[in-house]
Design a binder for this molecule. Structure first.
Ligand code: PHE
Length: 344
């Protein structure tokens, strides 16, 4: 056997041993130049082929090719292993620890005013009242005149009004003008509607009064609607809103648009009537105003008062939410204090 074949076999062994020592891709490239490159050891050996007998040459050529194939395959394997190792160490260095417990996100929830509004609408909805939308910006007529407030009557001063620059255009002081809108929309059909929405009063802001607040108005008109229907409806409402077995009481009152008019109390949800700080030792909490729709108002809405009768009631939503959730300052509803909003 030619010396050259032996040299090639030896070269393969040496090269494989050297390759096993390399620790970087750069080192494997240097290794390649050293053994298989144009100026490398394989080339140096093959320079001797010229001096061989023609008969010996093919075996040397074949061996050289085999060695080359073996070494190139070994190189590829080595580089793949190196890439893998490099990737693994990069991952280990830059990786994130997915076992770290996450941060609890703060969950939002419905504003207490919306909670109250939805409860009220759901309870009255079950009794057949449908929501009717009416505007926050009103004419003086809808807010007062058509509701039987005489011009310059002191009753208007019960509700301090925000005026606009336009004559007779005001911000509604209560949801009652929606009664006229609903009646004019549906007369002479019997109706049962609720009117939820925002109202405005030009008042000093205190723990008990805001200049902006929500009300829900209720209105039922039909051929045979009586004062006991009003009482039954409100008793049912109070029982669902404030708990089964709650009692209510009517106190005589005055509103220009209802006759007779009442203010309605529920027995104190905290002390059940025995007297406490919340009910100021009276045993009762005022929850709303109500009455039988005044004949003048029925007529203004398009219903003949000789044929139709109706009842109406109106309540402040924040007030209901305050009683139900033990909130003692109405200003909290508009303060955006996250601690308050998380609590109620
Ligand atoms: N609108 C009255 C208020 O804001 C409440 C009310 C509504 C009273 C309907 C009677 C009937 O005080």
């Amino acid at each position: 056997m030619s010396n050259l074949v032996q040299e090639l076999t030896q070269l393969q062994q040496d090269a494989l041993a050297a390759l096993a020592q390399t620790t970087s891709t750069a080192a494997t490239e240097a290794w390649y130049a050293d053994y298989l490159g144009r100026k490398g050891k394989m080339t140096a050996i093959l320079r001797g082929v010229g001096q061989l007998d023609a008969a010996e040459r093919p075996l040397v050529g074949k061996t050289a090719n085999e060695v080359k194939v073996v070494l190139e395959a070994a190189l590829q394997e080595r580089q793949a292993a190196m890439n893998q190792a490099e990737m693994e160490s990069a991952l280990a260095a830059e990786g994130i620890d997915v076992t770290l417990p996450g941060r609890q996100p703060q969950l939002g929830k419905l504003h207490p005013t919306n909670q109250g509004m939805r409860e009220i609408v759901a309870i009255l909805g079950q009794m057949g009242f449908q929501v009717f939308d009416s505007p926050e910006v009103e004419t003086d007529d809808y807010n007062f005149g058509l509701l039987n407030f005489p011009p310059d009557h002191p009753a208007r001063e019960m509700q301090d009004t925000f005026f606009t620059k336009e004559k007779d255009i005001i911000l509604r002081t209560h949801t009652s003008p929606g009664q006229i809108h609903a009646m004019r929309r549906y007369a002479p059909e019997p109706i049962r509607v609720i009117l939820p929405g925002k109202c405005y009063r030009n008042e000093d802001v205190t723990a008990r009064s805001e200049m902006m607040f929500y009300q829900v108005e209720g209105l039922a008109i039909g051929h045979n609607i009586t004062f006991s229907d009003l009482k039954g409806t409100l008793l049912n409402f109070a029982n669902q809103m404030y708990g089964a077995g709650r009692r209510i009481r009517f106190r005589k009152s005055y509103f220009p648009f209802t006759e007779p008019s009442v203010e309605v109390d529920v027995d104190c949800i905290l002390c059940a009537g025995s007297g406490c700080r919340i009910c100021k030792y009276s045993g009762w909490l005022e929850i709303l105003g109500a009455g039988m729709v005044h004949p003048v108002v029925l007529a203004n809405g398009g219903y003949d008062p000789a044929v139709f009768s109706g009842f109406a009631f109106g309540m402040g939503i924040e007030r209901q939410a305050m009683l139900k959730r033990g909130v003692d300052d109405i200003r909290l509803f508009y303060s955006n204090d996250a601690r308050f909003l998380a609590r109620v």
